[in-house]
Design a protein around this ligand. Sequence first.
Ligand SMILES: Cc1ncc(COP(=O)(O)O)c(C=O)c1O
Length: 363
Amino acid sequence: MKLSQLDTPVLLIEEDSFLRNMKRMQELATNAGIAYRPHAKAHKSAEIAKMQKGAGAVGVCCAKLGEAEVLVSHEIKDILITTPVIGISKLTRMMQIAKEATISVVVDNADNLAEMAAVAQTCGVRPDVVIEVDVGQGRCGVQPGDPALQLAYEVMNADWLNFKGLQGYQGAIQMTASFVERNAAARKAVGLLTDTADLIRKAGLPLEYLTGGGSGTSVIDAASAGLTELQPGGYLFMDSRYREIEWDDGNSIPFEQSLTVLASVISLPEPGRCILDMGLKAISSDGGPPSPVDVPGAVFKFGGEEHSELTFEDGKCPLALNDKVAFVPTHCDTTVNLYDRFIAYSDDEVVDVWSIAARGRVQ
Ligand SMILES: Cc1ncc(COP(=O)(O)O)c(C=O)c1O
């Protein structure tokens, strides 16, 4: 089937660039001697998680328990949940999947830890616990240094929990435009994590596992060699915002744009203006408006939940009714979550369909 025959709006992956991105990130980690555990929150797809495992990933990360449940049911059996799992109901759900898969989970709170240990004992499973350290983002996480050490003691003292290591993710710097500034900030964040790990080791606790990093700092995290595991996710697709930052001193971008949304022209209300069938429900807006591919002179505007428009200052719209236009999303994670499936293509032909089985699984 040709792309032009697809009903729209539709989520597309250009397969060749997507596979090159996957290979490049795996090589970046492997060449640095670091494990790679891609973040599945970007794609929410069991098929893609399996491809990443096939390329060498040790497992995947999930942001939410619900994502992990879906992936475990599709035979993805090694998952780190990178957001705290709180309350008896969710902890019980987590222990259910921990019976059939290797589940690790981040923790930053002693009460959560105590409840988790009790639920683990009741369910008869022993999950791996990773202490989340706030390395500068100001989101979840205990402070580096002594607060992390105190929580590590608590994990060690909990009979039904295994102390696996530390997570430190500095999301706030992933899109820092200047490579020099991002490099310094990423090394500082990893330094906070490795200093904390040293403190914990000096106290006599076993600790080898340090996980973190995103797409924007991936090159730096691989080179600085402080982490033992990388977690980037969005590089597979590349948000357009990621293409606007400096990637290294020479400003070469190691990853390619592979994800787009294809829309159709559904109305030509006046010269110089056309309406498309892609609104706020079909492409994300939280990172700013998307950009049309290969439509010179077009100015994009959302027209509500179901529509958007392109206007042309010269008053001449080059598009006809039912013409297709591809758009690059500014934020891929939130765009992917709007769709049931990816359509993979090469040249102009559809080559595969991958289900986004964990879309909408925010609990
Ligand atoms: C804990 C954690 N690790 C890794 C990532 C991956 O970041 P990216 O999509 O920039 O690769 C995220 C993204 O928000 C995250 O929250």
